[in-house]
Design a protein around this ligand. Structure first.
Ligand SMILES: C[S@@+](CC[C@H](N)C(=O)[O-])C[C@H]1O[C@@H](n2cnc3c(N)ncnc32)[C@H](O)[C@@H]1O
Length: 273
């Protein structure tokens, strides 16, 4: 599987096995719960930035027999999504390699457009939203759940150790991303001309022993990959020595009584007038 090819690549997370393990934890029920009450059988739905399709297949179940289209710029992700849909028998799905800012669909095509953890990575928020709005029918719904970096934490001791997380957020930003997109969703949707906006929020919590161990393993595996360290150091955001210190800090966190971690997300639904 390919990884970010260079420190200047614009998608921070890359497509390593390590990151796929985090995505594999996601489902429609847990990560698109705020959208489920809006879904009806027969709706035509777009999942833009669908990744390996873990959420998409649940959305496909919710609107069956409506058509579901997943799109992602990375071919390896689309192959995984196709395999997941086939394994689940979701014959109402079609997956495409393509860019969110240039969607291969006609105007007024979809009833619903969904994305999860995608707008936070797209430099031109308004360009992407304008394109999604174009392919939505009037009255169609857009739904997005995006990271709130400043409300995420690994406690106890986060205040003392938080500079690793701050570096991650700066790296996202250096790559054109938006680490606080979950806070900015309402304004971004208003600016794009959507109406009837309903914004809320939720956490992905890591509190049981196994969940804390998973988060520790994931951060150790992903954040210390050569391409991540290479990108952070080449942007001048951190030094190799700091990464070594953070690796030790992380091991200490795992040993803490009461270790707990959380990723905070803002989520919003809105309507195309
Ligand atoms: C953090 S992953 C989220 C995947 C999936 N939505 C989930 O939450 O499991 C972000 C995905 O957005 C895709 N992506 C980022 N920018 C894109 C763009 N401009 N066009 C298409 N896909 C894009 C990436 O390739 C990646 O698969």
């Amino acid at each position: 599987m390919s990884e970010n090819p260079s420190p200047t690549a614009s998608y921070t997370m890359g497509y390593s096995e390590e990151f796929q393990q985090l995505l594999a934890q996601r489902s429609c029920e847990t990560h698109a719960a705020y959208l489920l009450p809006h879904l009806r059988s027969g709706q035509r739905l777009l999942d833009f930035g669908c990744g390996p399709g873990n959420i998409t297949v649940g959305l496909a179940r919710a609107v069956e027999p409506g058509e579901v289209h997943g799109i992602d710029m990375e071919a390896s992700q689309i192959e995984l999504a196709q395999a997941a849909a086939q394994a689940g028998g979701h014959s109402n799905t079609t997956f495409h390699v393509g860019d969110i800012t240039d969607l291969p669909f006609e105007d007024n095509f979809f009833d619903v457009a969904h994305c999860h953890a995608v707008l936070m990575h797209v430099p031109d928020t308004q360009g992407a939203l304008a394109e999604v709005k174009r392919v939505l029918k009037p009255g169609g719904i857009i739904a997005s759940r995006e990271l709130i970096g400043n409300s995420s934490f690994m406690e106890p001791g986060f205040e003392a150790r938080g500079d690793a997380w701050t570096t991650f957020m700066r790296l996202l930003q250096a790559n054109g991303g938006h680490p606080q997109m979950g806070w900015q969703l309402k304004k971004a949707l208003l600016d794009a001309g959507f109406t009837g906006i309903h914004a809320s929020g939720s956490f992905d919590y890591f509190d049981t022993h196994d969940e804390v161990a998973f988060l520790h393993r994931f951060v150790k595996d992903w954040f210390f990959l050569p391409h991540v360290i290479g990108a952070a150091t080449s942007f001048g955001l951190a030094t190799q020595e700091q990464f070594e210190q953070w690796s030790n800090d992380l091991d200490q966190w795992l040993e803490e009584t009461g270790a707990i971690g959380a990723l905070a997300f803002g989520e919003a639904t809105a309507t195309k007038p």
